[in-house]
Design a protein around this ligand. Structure first.
Ligand SMILES: *Cc1c(COP(=O)(O)O)cnc(C)c1O
Length: 416
């Protein structure tokens, strides 16, 4: 392969969505950022929108701002539905965090399958997902069936199918694995779950804005996801949830807040849930975060998820090729080898991964370490260039060739 930097420059020059980088605030062009899958960059439009919202809407309009803010959760949800998730308006809404939405929808699903005593999850799901479902199972005395998943290859649909029977109420999994980036077969798994009458709940945190999510094609029932990763809505921005239209009124979520009530401002006695996705709301929405979601989703919509996914595959594959050429046996691919089978991040394995991670940060490259022994490289396609791949991997090559990373502690820090 062509190992020159010129090759990367040529790829950038031909990149049909390369100009989207200019829509982001990038104060340090030398910094190589491989963590857009954990916290996306700040869009310039968001900075402007938030300044305006703070000064004009909060500062000047004060409580009168609610005339506009009251519809924000829904309008942000509709933008995500149309441009990121490819489902209908009214099927997605912005609310709470991913963890809380997961709890709400999982509880709603369990209530909708009374008499069934089992929940199917896998042992490699993101920790918050596993804990939330453990907690629900414990509180209700349900059986948690934990399917074994290879941490690199991803979820095996046959293993999930083998855990299914007519006692299963809910199957809850991630679409794109947070560590390896492996994409789960949402169509096969949802079909198998539906065959036994179970509902499916998908975590889309590493999918939204990175890959096509086959919610429609699979007939998936429920989904949650965050907006601060590929959707660039900022730290702690509100999450989204999806409930398929025909299920919305059959399901009820367990936190009966006033924003979920029909005719909210009647302030009436008794909880009576709205007849729409609004019933999945709880309380006052985070307005500033909501604006950030709208601006971030707009950029994603403009680039188009298919173009983003295609570039993501090319970036992860280029990273993998450079890693193989330059770092050979000291760094091995841990993600699925077929770029179509992974999201927009790629993960490598080395017993020295944590030390490499620390040395890279000191050299102006920000990757992620994920236990065990995994170096995770996130390549958010909206603003990551091929030269970023080249420069970061070249710095890693130089570090490893000189063993510079071995001077960093091998013991893990508190935040990795
Ligand atoms: C990032 C991430 C989360 C985060 O959940 P929060 O409630 O926002 O902390 C959950 N699930 C997965 C799969 C993630 O990648």
């Amino acid at each position: 392969m062509d190992l020159s930097r010129h090759y990367a420059e040529t790829q950038d020059a031909q990149d049909s969505i390369g100009h989207f980088r200019s829509l982001f605030y990038i104060p340090d062009n030398e910094l190589v950022y491989y963590d857009g899958n954990s916290l996306g960059r700040l869009p310039l439009a968001t900075r402007e929108r938030l300044r305006e919202a703070i000064d004009r809407e909060w500062g000047h309009d004060l409580i009168r701002g609610w005339d506009v803010w009251i519809d924000l959760a829904r309008s942000a949800g509709d933008i995500l539905a149309a441009s990121v998730l490819h489902v209908a308006p009214g099927e997605v809404i912005l609310s709470d965090s991913t963890s809380v939405n997961l709890y709400k929808l999982a509880a709603a699903a369990l209530d909708a399958r009374p008499g069934r005593r089992a929940i199917v999850i896998d042992d490699d799901n993101f920790p918050t997902d596993r804990y939330v479902l453990e907690g629900l199972a414990a509180a209700r005395g349900l059986e948690l069936r934990v399917v074994e998943t290879d941490i690199d290859a991803g979820i095996d649909p046959a293993r999930v199918a083998a855990a299914l029977d007519d006692d299963v109420a809910l199957v809850c999994l991630s679409h794109v694995a947070y560590r390896s980036g492996a994409i789960a077969d949402m169509v096969a798994i949802t079909t198998a779950a539906h065959r036994v009458g179970a509902l499916t709940l998908w975590d889309l945190c590493h999918s939204a804005g990175a890959v096509r999510v086959p919610l429609r094609e699979s007939g998936a029932d429920l989904a949650v996801g965050c907006t601060y990763k590929y959707l660039n809505a900022g730290p702690g921005a509100p999450a989204f949830l999806y409930v398929r239209r025909d299920l919305q009124e059959a399901l009820r979520q367990p936190i009966w807040g006033w924003f979920g009530r029909r005719d909210q401002f009647a302030m009436a006695a008794g909880y009576d849930p709205a007849e729409s996705i609004d019933r999945y709301l709880v309380g006052t929405p985070p307005v500033l975060g909501g604006y950030a979601v709208i601006e971030g989703a707009r950029i994603t919509a403009e680039a188009g998820v298919d173009a983003l996914a295609a570039k993501g595959q090319r970036l992860t594959e280029y990273t993998n090729q450079l890693a193989q050429e330059w770092l050979g046996p000291r760094l091995t691919l841990a993600s699925p080898a077929d770029p179509r089978r992974r999201g927009s991040h790629v993960t490598f394995r080395s017993p020295e991964a944590w030390q490499m991670c620390q040395a890279l940060k000191a050299a102006g490259v920000i990757p992620d370490f994920r236990t065990p022994e995994r170096l995770r490289i996130g390549l958010a396609p909206l603003y990551t260039r091929f030269v970023d791949v080249y420069d970061g991997m070249a710095r890693l090559r130089d570090i490893v060739e000189s063993d510079a990373h071995l001077s960093y502690p091998a013991e893990l820090g508190r935040v990795t």
